[in-house]
Design a protein around this ligand. Structure first.
Ligand SMILES: Cc1ncc(COP(=O)(O)O)c(C=O)c1O
Length: 381
C-alpha cells in the first residue's frame, strides 16, 4: 500500500506466515505477554549474540529501561549525539538526568565522533548512547573512548538490527542494546522494542521494571503460579504482547534477506547520486568487512540547494522524503543544553532521507534520483 505516493518513504509487506502466526494468537485466549514473547526474546538474543533480551512496548521504552537499570538520574549526565531521534534525550530528562550532546564525525560519517565524546566528559558523566545511524555501526573508536573513561555504554540500535562492526553485532557492544520495531524499522511490528544485555542482573531488573516492578509476571499468574507478588521498586507497564512477538519471530528469519535487498538498493542510490554534482552520500568509505543494516537512504544536498524546495518538488512528483534528524539541541526543550555540535550544525540542514524498503523497485530508485537531480539548482546539478 503506497497511500497515494508514487514512491513512499517506507512500506511494509508482512509475510503470510507472520499474519498466520498473529492469527493463531488472536484466537488463543491469551493476548498479553506469554510464551511467544519469551521465544521472540530468545531468538533475538541469539541473533544479536547477547545473553539476554527483554521485549518491551517500544524502542523508547527500551531506552527508558536501560537508563533505569543503570540507575541514571538526577545529577548524572548522559552523552549522546544530537543527530538522533529525540527519544534518548527525552528519556534522560524524564528521569531527571541531563542529556549532553556530541558531534558527528562529518558529512562522510554521521555517527558519533569519538573526540567530541571525549571532550564532553565531566565527573558527572555516567553513560553514553551510541546510535548506529541509518544502520551503520558507530566507529569502534567511539566505544573505546567511552570504555577508557569508565562510562556505561548503551547502544541505540533502533536502526541497526543486523548491523555488525569490529566490536560485534550492533546491540552486543555495550552494557545494553536498544531496538525498535516501529512501523518503518527493518523489523516492523507496528510498535515494540527490545533490550539486549549480557548482564543477568541488568536483565532481571529490566524484567521487573517492565511490569510495574512486580516479582511475578502476568503469564505466571495466568497459568496458576499463585496470585501473590511483591513490588521491591516501582516500575512501568512496558510489556510486549503475544501477537507481535509471534510475528517478530517469523519475520526475524527474513531479516537478513531483507537487509540485503535494502543494501542492493542503497548501492544503486550511491551509484546514481555520485553522478549528481554536489550531492554527498555518507558512509561511502566504510570498510567492506563491516555489515550495515541499511536502514536509511540519506543524501546530503549541495549547500546551495533549498532543502524545503527540493522536498516540495519531490512531493509534487509523488516521492515522499523525510529528515533524520532535526538535531536534538535545536529543539526548544533542549535550548541551553551542553552541545559540541559544529559538524552537526554545518550539515544538518542539508540532510534529506529518500525512500527505502526491501521491495522498492530499482526503477523507483532511478526515478527518485532523476527527480532529485532535476530539483537541484542548475549550478549544483
Ligand atoms: C534512533 C532511534 N531511537 C529511538 C527510537 C524510538 O523507538 P520507538 O519509536 O519504537 O519508541 C527510534 C524510532 O523512531 C529511533 O529511530
Amino acid at each position: 500500500m503506497t497511500h497515494g505516493w508514487r514512491v513512499p518513504l517506507s512500506d511494509v509487506r508482512l509475510p503470510a506466515a507472520a499474519v498466520e502466526a498473529a492469527r493463531d494468537v488472536l484466537t488463543s485466549g491469551w493476548l498479553s505477554s506469554g510464551p511467544r514473547v519469551a521465544e521472540f526474546e530468545e531468538a533475538l538474543a541469539a541473533y544479536v549474540g547477547a545473553r539476554h533480551a527483554v521485549a518491551c512496548s517500544s524502542g523508547t521504552a527500551a531506552l527508558e529501561l536501560a537508563y533505569a537499570v543503570l540507575d541514571l538520574g538526577p545529577g548524572d549526565e548522559i552523552l549522546m549525539p544530537s543527530l538522533t531521534f529525540v527519544a534518548g534525550a527525552n528519556a534522560a530528562r524524564l528521569r531527571g538526568a541531563e542529556p549532553v550532546f556530541c558531534d558527528v564525525v562529518g558529512e562522510g560519517d554521521l555517527t558519533i565522533d569519538a573526540s567530541s565524546l571525549a571532550r564532553q566528559v565531566t565527573p558527572r558523566t555516567k553513560a553514553v548512547v551510541l546510535m548506529h545511524y541509518g544502520g551503520r555501526p558507530c566507529l569502534p573508536d567511539a566505544l573505546k573512548a567511552a570504555r577508557e573513561r569508565g562510562l556505561r555504554v548503551i547502544e541505540d540500535a533502533a536502526h541497526a538490527l543486523g548491523g555488525e562492526g569490529a566490536p560485534g553485532r550492533c546491540g552486543a557492544w555495550g552494557d545494553l542494546g536498544c531496538f525498535s520495531f516501529f512501523a518503518n524499522k527493518n523489523l516492523p511490528l507496528g510498535e515494540g522494542g527490545m533490550l539486549t544485555t549480557d548482564d543477568p542482573d541488568l536483565a532481571e531488573r529490566a524484567l521487573r521494571l517492565r511490569s510495574h516492578g512486580m516479582t511475578s509476571a502476568t503469564w505466571e499468574r495466568h497459568t496458576g503460579a499463585g496470585v501473590l507478588y511483591d513490588v521491591e521498586a516501582p516500575g512501568h507497564n512496558f510489556r510486549f504482547d503475544e501477537a507481535r512477538a509471534a510475528m517478530g519471530r517469523v519475520m526475524l528469519r527474513e531479516l537478513d534477506a531483507n537487509n540485503e535487498l535494502r543494501g542492493g538498493l542503497l548501492a544503486r542510490y550511491g551509484e546514481r547520486l555520485d553522478a549528481v554534482d554536489g550531492v554527498v552520500v555518507p558512509f561511502a568509505n566504510r570498510p567492506k568487512t563491516e555489515r550495515s543494516a541499511h536502514h536509511l537512504a540519506v543524501a546530503l544536498l549541495p549547500s546551495s540547494a533549498d532543502r524545503g524546495a527540493v522536498a516540495a518538488e519531490l512531493r509534487e512528483a509523488g516521492i515522499q522524503t523525510s529528515l533524520h534528524y532535526p538535531p536534538t539541541h535545536s529543539f526548544s526543550a533542549y535550548a541551553g543544553a551542553r552541545a559540541d555540535v559544529a559538524a552537526t550544525d554545518a550539515l544538518a540542514s542539508r540532510l534529506l532521507t529518500l525512500p527505502l524498503f526491501p521491495h522498492l523497485e530499482p526503477g523507483q530508485v532511478d526515478l527518485v534520483c532523476d527527480a532529485l537531480a532535476a530539483a537541484l539548482p542548475s549550478e549544483a546539478s
